[in-house]
Ligand binder design. Structure first.
Ligand code: FES
Ligand code: FES
Length: 157
């Protein structure tokens, strides 16, 4: 990783599009994604401490909490945000199961569920439960979220 002492250009791929952004030293990926140049506000700032998962995005297909990752660390990597999941089956499953109320946590759970569905061979119930534990919802029951993720993984087996 390059170490910044001043704002520098960082190239990365976001939702399959090559992008170049200017990032400040210590700037998190969450901040960069939501900033004016990208405007991808689907990843939400919650705790900004790695606890809630509202900021979850995929880096090279793996869910990460973007409040804990520096933009400089993901230079030349592939980032997927909820804006890149418009056609993903997990979106319909969340609607069908009403797996949200206020929706603040939803994009983070969608990212987790989508990533799991990409690895259905390893997404048994224990794995799904373990992954979903990393995110917090203050509104709805976790059952609807788990059902939506289970349905998505099952439909792709
Ligand atoms: S905002 Fe990143 S984990 Fe809560
Ligand atoms: S739906 Fe409100 S925090 Fe999860």
């Amino acid at each position: 990783m390059r170490e910044f002492t001043q704002p520098e250009q960082v190239s990365l791929t976001i939702n399959n599009e090559p992008r170049t952004v200017v990032a400040y030293p210590g700037e998190t990926l969450l901040y960069t994604l939501r900033g004016d140049s990208l405007g991808l506000t689907g990843a939400k700032p919650g705790c900004e401490n790695g606890d809630c998962g509202a900021c979850t995005v995929l880096v090279d297909g793996v869910p990460v909490k973007s409040c804990l990752v520096l933009t400089a660390e993901v230079e030349d990597h592939h980032i997927t945000t909820v804006e890149g999941l418009r056609e993903a089956p997990i979106q319909k499953a969340f609607l069908d199961h009403m797996a949200f109320q206020c929706g603040y946590c939803t994009s983070g759970f969608l990212m987790l569920g989508h990533a799991l569905s990409q690895h259905v061979d390893r997404a048994d119930e224990g794995r799904r439960t373990e992954w979903l534990r990393s995110n917090i919802c203050r509104c709805t029951s976790y059952q609807e979220i788990a059902d939506a993720v289970t349905e998505t993984c099952s439909s792709l087996e």
